[in-house]
Design a protein around this ligand. Structure first.
Ligand SMILES: Nc1ncnc2c1ncn2[C@@H]1O[C@H](COP(=O)(O)OP(=O)(O)O)[C@@H](O)[C@H]1O
Ligand SMILES: [Mg+2]
Length: 247
């Protein structure tokens, strides 16, 4: 491994103890709209296995762009992301898609469920893509839906479920392939405060009981109570790192 990668610059948002599972190294992303706007600017970051990290900051500060880069949904103009030892820059689009499918769980503000598939089928889908045998995926999907409290609603279509229930299906789906990391972008942005708290507690439970690693973009206080670290972004940079309430 090159020294540039193994040695993070001083002040980097580095996990204190655990072995990093996800790293960003001198990550840059710019958009050209008359002038060059750095949406993500020289971000260095190491997320430990089992960590619960919250990313916060004003609108337009680069949170979603950072999460897309960490998830391999978007390519940086320079720098690299390393997940579980895999450097994204070494992968072509197919390879990266495969990495996303098997190692990352995504959760979005608007749930992004497939509307003509039942809750159960939505949770099964990522496991079919990953080639998990049918019996095994059915067992796991049912177990996950039980864990998020939707066992009784497994045959409902997304639109027959409330927003909070749809997000719980999305959480079960994100966990289906036992991902190395779950990346969530404003997962409670479309939910009321009571439902948001439920989602926060659910994330915390998966983090504590299963050691699931989370990176959650959110302003909502509900996640701060469960976080090991809170990263603050401004103008594409991580400008402050606070210890979370569990840090
Ligand atoms: N596809 C895009 N094209 C042009 N500019 C973009 C694009 N995506 C994001 N930006 C710009 O990058 C900056 C960061 O955006 P974003 O990551 O969405 O911030 P946040 O999620 O913190 O609100 C903003 O200035 C935004 O306008
Ligand atoms: Mg955003």
């Amino acid at each position: 491994m090159s020294p540039a990668v193994s040695r993070l610059p001083e002040g980097a948002a580095t996990a204190a103890l655990a072995e990093p599972v996800l790293r960003a190294v001198h990550l840059n992303k710019a958009f050209y709209l008359g002038e060059t706007i750095y949406a993500v600017s020289d971000v260095n970051l190491a997320i430990g296995q089992g960590e619960f990290v919250v990313v916060t900051g004003p609108s337009g500060s680069g949170k979603s762009t950072l999460l897309s880069l960490l998830g391999g949904l978007d390519r940086p103009i320079s720098g690299d992301v390393i997940l579980d030892g895999h450097r994204y820059s070494r992968f072509n689009e197919n390879g990266l898609a495969n990495l996303r499918r098997t190692k990352i769980g995504f959760i979005f503000q608007f749930f992004n469920l497939i509307h003509h598939l039942s809750a159960l089928e939505n949770v099964l889908l990522p496991m079919s893509f990953a080639g998990i045998p049918r019996r095994q995926r059915l067992e796991r999907a049912e177990e996950l839906l039980d864990l998020v409290g939707l066992g009784q609603r497994r045959h409902h279509l997304p639109l027959q479920l409330s927003g909070g229930e749809q997000q719980r299906v999305a959480i079960a789906r994100a966990l289906a392939n036992q991902p190395k990391v779950v990346l969530a972008d404003e997962p409670t942005g479309n939910l009321d405060s009571k439902t948001s708290e439920e989602v926060g507690r659910l994330f915390a439970r998966f983090n504590r009981e299963l050691g699931q690693t989370f990176v959650v973009v959110s302003h909502a206080e509900v996640f701060h109570a469960h976080a090991h670290r809170v990263l603050h972004m401004h103008d594409g940079r991580i400008v402050r790192v606070d210890q979370g309430q569990r840090g």
